[in-house]
Design a protein around this ligand. Structure first.
Ligand code: SAH
Ligand code: SF4
Length: 392
């Protein structure tokens, strides 16, 4: 396989509509799509807007999965909905809870494929890390998901469904009549699970539109962070069409090293990436970009790297998130020593950037960054292949 071959968007996405005669899953449809689907199924156009609002509230505010419960709709209309639509989210196959409270869900999606979703509780908030693809077309050499070939893109429903299944498990849907609890368990969403979100652009955008809608799940666009390895042409689009916060898997300060760690760099190198990033905050009207930087012993962790890093990003409103490398079986790298990570953080901090070191969470259940990989490893790459693709 050549270095650029895996970089492709041309992958299978399940059709949103089920085959002729099948039912349409409401979950993941944007308001506009749901309205159109209601009309296509026979809802009079004049009523569609009102029906849409009612259904939306049942599904995304109350977490209801059964049309029969939608008591503000006429009985006949509920029967009509049940005949044409479903309200389906992916199934949780297993749930592991780490000693630190992190929860990892193994989630089964149509076709029997599996992805992982991770919930990380923090004081007064909680972050849900969701997946956008089964596997990944990219082959970052330090990432466990990168060892799994891409199986398929998730549908918008499967992406939104991850937020809903976490709320199910955490018991977070509101209870009618109960006092409103302002502390949200799933207060933030990060697209940092399996897959490259910008290679599944339309579904990720539609899903985020549903999640950000101000009636229903109501997560503001500032509570959603999309992490990309650097798919340059899609970054400006993300600013305009999604508008959430952006994180970039930067990880190296020279093209030579980045080519090996994040092979997409061979297509869009550091300079090209940075030029695009300079425009993101203005285009998306957001404050800072997060630069993710995985600390790999002897590879990208010197003082000179830290100094180059701050020089490269100067002028970009940024925060640098240092991620101690999370090991996985067969990984060709080691985590930098703690003193090294701190020395690196110090240089970055003194240059005026926030430089939090991401505390690994859920390591005991392989739920930490880059450790995700589902049990269905139909097309596993060999460690030789990984090393060859990374040019190691
Ligand atoms: N594909 C996207 C999002 C998923 S990866 C991306 O690459 O940005 C989420 C973050 O975890 C990325 O910054 C990724 O580089 C990092 N990561 C991957 N493997 C890791 C590992 N083994 N240890 C620490 N961080 C890792
Ligand atoms: Fe894919 Fe991101 Fe892993 Fe790279 S780091 S292989 S882009 S999931």
């Amino acid at each position: 396989m050549t270095a650029t071959a895996p970089i492709t968007q041309d992958v299978l996405t399940l059709p949103r509509k089920l085959p002729e005669g099948g039912k349409v899953n409401i979950v993941g449809l944007t308001r506009e799509q749901l309205r159109a689907a209601l009309i296509a199924a026979g809802t009079p156009e004049k009523q569609a807007k009102m029906r849409l609002g009612q259904i939306w509230q049942w599904v995304y505010h109350w977490g209801v999965r059964d049309f029969a419960v939608m008591t503000n709709l006429a009985k006949d209309y509920r029967a009509f909905l049940a005949e044409h639509f479903t309200i389906e989210i992916p199934e949780v196959v297993s749930r592991q809870v780490s000693a630190d409270g992190t929860r990892k869900y193994l989630v089964r999606i149509a076709g029997g494929h599996e992805v992982e979703t991770v919930y990380i509780p923090e004081e007064n908030r909680g972050t849900l890390c969701i997946s956008s693809q089964v596997g990944c077309t990219l082959t970052c050499s330090f990432c466990h998901t990168g060892t799994q070939k891409l199986v398929r893109n998730l549908t918008a429903g499967e992406i939104v469904g991850q937020v809903m299944l976490a709320r199910d498990d955490l018991g977070e849907w509101p209870v009618p009549g109960a006092p409103k609890d302002e502390t949200r368990l799933v207060s933030n969403v990060v697209l940092m699970g399996m897959g490259e979100p910008l290679y599944n652009f339309d579904n990720v955008r539609d899903a985020m539109q549903v999640v950000m809608d101000n009636e229903g799940l109501t997560l503001s666009r500032r509570r959603i962070t999309l992490s990309t390895s650097g798919v340059v042409p899609e970054i400006a689009r993300a600013a305009e069409e999604i508008g959430c916060l952006l994180a970039v898997s930067f990880h190296a300060t020279t093209d030579e090293v980045r080519d090996k760690l994040v092979p997409i760099n061979k297509r869009w190198n550091i300079e090209t990436l940075l030029n695009t990033l300079r425009d993101y905050p203005r285009l998306s009207n957001s404050e800072r970009i997060t630069f993710e930087y995985v600390m790999l012993k002897g590879v990208n962790d010197t003082d000179a790297d830290a100094r180059r890093l701050v020089k490269l990003i100067s002028g970009i409103p940024a925060k640098i998130n240092l991620i101690p490398f999370n090991e996985w079986p067969g990984a060709p790298y080691e985590r930098s020593d703690w003193e090294r990570i701190e020395a690196f953080a110090d240089i970055v901090y003194k240059a005026g950037y926030a430089s939090p070191i991401r505390t690994p969470r859920g390591e005991d259940i392989m739920a930490a960054c880059g450790q995700l990989k589902s049990a269905t490893e139909r097309a596993r790459k060999s460690s030789k292949e990984i090393a060859a693709e990374a040019g190691l």
